[in-house]
Design a protein around this ligand. Structure first.
Ligand SMILES: Cc1cc2nc3c(=O)[nH]c(=O)nc-3n(C[C@H](O)[C@H](O)[C@H](O)COP(=O)(O)OP(=O)(O)OC[C@H]3O[C@@H](n4cnc5c(N)ncnc54)[C@H](O)[C@@H]3O)c2cc1C
Length: 405
């Protein structure tokens, strides 16, 4: 497939650019990070504007309110929204970047009709309830139990690290429907976050943000019609979710990272002399490497977008994109902290150096290598499923207790 931009793509870019240059300043500054009602209103308000202008869901089917655009239009979109620093996708992250795409690929016609257009307009905010205290990387160990009672599942258990749970209307939920099987006993459900029996307890991060929550489920009733895929088929459905989450989901953030490297170049140029200045060849070489690596990463994103446009789902290479991006992000922010020197001891800007911004990014860098599956797990996936290396030895299951006769 030809991933060069055509005349039509450039026309699309020009229209989008004009629109963004008018609308981004008009949308104002984002609210304080822990004001969830205001954040929801701000993020979904922006989503609504995108929708009304025909810029929500560039590659989503027209049938559900999307634009049915080409892969190159999708890439142009990512480039332009990053270029003008458009409002971050924020609380719409899960719905737009993996919940909605999973429903388009795997949902029933009723599920699609009920959720996909509303995600695009910003009326529905989604969160993800996969992880549990004893089931993060080893997701197949999840214990949240669902039992059928008439035409409902009755769900009890404990989820953790749910981003945006306090702002969400729906949750992509993984539950155990067969206690005897491991990965083959899991089901993917759509949970209405306003159902009785749900308790949300916010957690605070190192950076002082309350983005995560623990979610406790006590006999929550979820209609069987909210099941995505078959019962006990959730392991396969979650793979679809993960491929969207790990593939191009971070595309506009990658362009922001490129902008960040340009800021670091400016920073070193400001002080040409000394070990952190522009005259230091090793330091200039390092900045050049980062720039080349970012170009390589963008080529991988292009490949992933192209692949998913052919099959509807990103390939297993999404893990390589995720691993490369988050590792590079970490190295670039560490380099930024090194440039700050003693100014890195303060979270406030010191002597005109942007300490606050660089330190905020470096604190976020570690979490990115954990979110959506840790780097170690991505390496396992790449080695086993892309390179075909032998499977990592899995620990033997604990012996079953003897049954007394
Ligand atoms: C910013 C952020 C947002 C998140 N948002 C959500 C969300 O919205 N919803 C949600 O459900 N979860 C979310 N998570 C949770 C995330 O998916 C888990 O933290 C992640 O899967 C790791 O699980 P764990 O924390 O239990 O670590 P563990 O599984 O306990 O892993 C600990 C360490 O052991 C390593 N390890 C474990 N098993 C292996 C193995 N087989 N081979 C090699 N190394 C291994 C891991 O790589 C890691 O370094 C989020 C996490 C972060 C940081």
């Amino acid at each position: 497939m030809d991933l060069r931009y055509s005349e039509k793509d450039e026309e699309f870019r020009a229209d989008l650019r004009t629109w963004l240059e008018r609308e981004v300043p008009a949308h104002g500054a984002p609210p304080p990070v822990n004001d969830w009602p205001a954040r929801r209103a701000y993020d979904t308000g922006w989503q609504r504007k995108l929708f009304d202008a025909g810029y929500a869901g560039i590659s989503w089917p027209k049938e559900y309110g999307g634009r049915d655009g080409s892969p190159t239009e999708q890439l142009v979109y990512y480039e332009e929204i990053a270029r003008v620093n458009a409002p971050y996708i924020g609380v719409n992250f899960v719905g737009m970047l993996h919940g909605g795409p999973t429903l388009i690929a795997e949902g029933t016609p009723e599920q699609k009709k009920c959720h996909v257009p509303q995600i695009l307009t910003g009326e529905q905010v989604w969160c993800q309830g996969f992880s549990e205290p004893g089931a993060g990387s080893d997701l197949a160990a999840l214990a949240t139990r669902a039992e059928v009672d008439g035409d409902h599942y009755v769900v009890s258990g404990h989820k953790i690290w749910c981003s945006f749970a306090q702002a969400a209307d729906y949750c992509e939920l993984l539950v155990r429907t067969d206690p005897e099987a491991k990965s083959r006993g899991i089901t993917w459900l759509i949970m209405d976050m306003n159902s009785p029996g749900i308790e949300i307890r916010p957690l605070r991060t190192l950076a002082g943000e309350g983005e995560f929550s623990e979610v406790f489920l006590d006999n929550v009733r979820i209609p069987v019609s909210n099941r995505v895929g078959k019962e006990n088929d959730g392991w396969r459905v979650k793979e679809v979710t993960f491929r969207f989450e790990r593939g191009a989901a971070f595309a506009s953030d990658m362009i922001h990272l490129k902008q960040f490297v340009s800021e670091l170049v400016d920073l070193t140029r400001r002080a040409p002399e000394g070990p952190q200045g522009w005259n230091d060849r090793a330091l200039r070489r390092q900045l050049g490497h980062f720039s080349a690596e970012l170009d390589a990463l963008w080529a991988m994103v292009k490949l992933s977008v192209c692949e998913s446009s052919k099959t509807g789902i990103p390939g297993v290479g999404a893990s390589a994109v995720k691993l490369f991006y988050t590792d590079l992000y970490q190295r670039i922010t560490e380099f930024g902290v090194r440039l700050l020197g003693r100014a890195a001891l303060s979270r406030d800007d010191v002597a005109g150096l942007p300490s606050e911004r660089i330190l905020a990014r470096s604190m976020q860098a570690l979490s990115l290598t954990i979110a959506a599956g840790t780097s170690q797990i991505q390496r396992n996936i790449i080695s086993e499923r892309i390179l075909g290396l032998p499977r990592e030895p899995r620990p033997a299951p604990p012996p079953r207790p003897a049954v007394e006769s």
